[in-house]
Design a protein around this ligand. Sequence first.
Ligand code: SF4
Ligand code: SF4
Length: 501
Amino acid sequence: MQIDYFYPEYEVVRNKEKCTRCGLCVSQCSNHVHSYSEEHRRMITDDAKCVNCHRCVCVCPVGALKITGSNHQFKHNANWSRRTIMEIYSQAETGGVLLSSMGNPKDMPVYWDKILINASQVTNPSIDPLREPMETKVFLGSKPASIERDENGRIRNNLPPHIALDVPILFSAMSYGSISLNAHASLVHAAVDLGTCYNSGEGGLHDDFYRYSANTIIQVASGRFGVHKEYLEAGAAIEIKMGQGAKPGIGGHLPGNKIVGEISKTRMIPEGSDAISPAPHHDIYSIEDLRQLVYSLKEATGYKKPIIVKVAAVHNIASIASGIARSGADIIALDGFRGGTGAAPTRIRDNVGIPIELALASVDERLRQEGIRGNVSLIAGGSIRNSADVVKALALGADAVYIATGALVALGCHLCRGCHSGTCNWGIATQDPALVSRLDPEEGRRRLVNLVSAWTHEIKEMMGGMGINSIEALTGNRLMLRGVGLNAKELEVLGIMHAGE
Ligand code: SF4
Ligand code: SF4
């Protein structure tokens, strides 16, 4: 007898009184959860196929649907959770590596939630952002060690290349292929409207987006997909991807069934072939090797573009960052272990790397101690969820932050963690034309602009409350932070005092 161990995780509850049998949930669910049975003359659901993406719940015109946990109970066991048991069933069945998407969902410490922000009271006045100017512009790149003047006392204008952003928030790398063209278009146009940058990710740059170079960061990853001279010149900056917070130490894999049409053309690989990014760059095994690539890219682009090196937050991140800062790179992007991904082995995603808060604080401190903090700007990413996280990241030492999961949520993502399946019902992590068309790029642009504008407004209010009127004065200003419920070692690494001190 064949036993099915995989009983449903979710239960789709249909209110039969409300349901008009309009069929919208049937047509909208790419996982084929809903159907109409002619034989029984009623709507039926296949709970086992539900990934809890909430598409049907949102489109149902009469609010007839609800998704709940299936509530099948294992005998309570603090060591063997339902998830652990189901994962073993899955691997016992397939013999394969567990795959998942988006960020680490485990209940690990979120230090942002254990850090509080200061506010002015009585002795140091706060600033009203509605009446006084607040500077949110940031410049990312290497800063000169000293100001040089010509014989007339004018400052020599030979600064290293940099990116100027109107807000300290950039859209992080998401490749065309891992997300849809309409999702990319939403990010591109929102970046233009907001005066910031989006990031091509490692899949090359679609022809439609070459004209937005001032707002584009192009990425060079270990697979070198889509990399050619025009591509390198198409961005305001070039990012070398050495690692990603969601999967430190391993490469990437976009399955051949997603390498179709324009994606194959953009990546410059044949249709249907798997796009496998090796774990290491095969020409980089030391900081000296990295330096060679940094200068190759500078040479190829006339020393006009800042070079970003993106690394995952790992144990010795401060030493690694010190090496990168000496490699000639202009910007370091640090990606924490809660960062999202289109696909990653579940065990790696959930167990490798360190939180961005600790990595950022230790890198900023190390670079200051070594007197090389001005060599590079720092971008922090990996689960920045709201404007308070942004303010805390800046005060811990970041010059700007990367957001990706938050941006996708703004586009409609419901964090079902099924991106690797390619059947995203929200038109984001899919290449199915019918699904892609569900995401209107203009609507996506509007929602992203609203999100970042709202966050920027809140950042100004928090800065005003602290009596600070520019991002530059906030960056690395750890006196503005206090910890709650943190032990002495955590406070030491974060470089902040405990609340009440
Ligand atoms: S979308 Fe709502 S009303 Fe229409 S068939 Fe589905 S549950 Fe019923
Ligand atoms: S992008 Fe789509 S598939 Fe991925 S988590 Fe969000 S809703 Fe699910």
